[in-house]
Each structure stands twice: as structure tokens, then as C-alpha cells.
Write a new protein. Sequence first.
Length: 68
Amino acid sequence: MRIRRILGLALAAATLAGVSAVGAVSAGAASSPNISRDDCTAAGGQIGSRPYAGYICTLPDGTTQAIT
């Protein structure tokens, strides 16, 4: 009985670690990609700045992306 409990806890920990890794990858993929100044102006965007955060591109649809 004790071995089953240990194996169950090990399986639960492994499953939780796997879910955490998938969540981290998904969050990274969902974040906005960076854009260059040329790509920003070519897409009709406007270049602006944020204090302590660098320059951003505001696209016509209202989204913003960091400029590389």
C-alpha cells in the first residue's frame, strides 16, 4: 500500500510539472512578437515611446508591439 501511495505522488508531481511546462510555452507563444521600425511604418503604424521601456509600434488596429 505504501508503494502505491509513493508511485501516485510521483505520477501526480510529474503530471503537474508537465502541465506547468506546457503553460509556460503557451504563454511565451501568446506574447506579442517584436517588430522593426521599418516593418512598423510599412504596416501603417506609428512609433511611440514608453518611459523606461523603450520604443513601441502602435498599429492601426490598436495593438502595440515592442520595437527591436
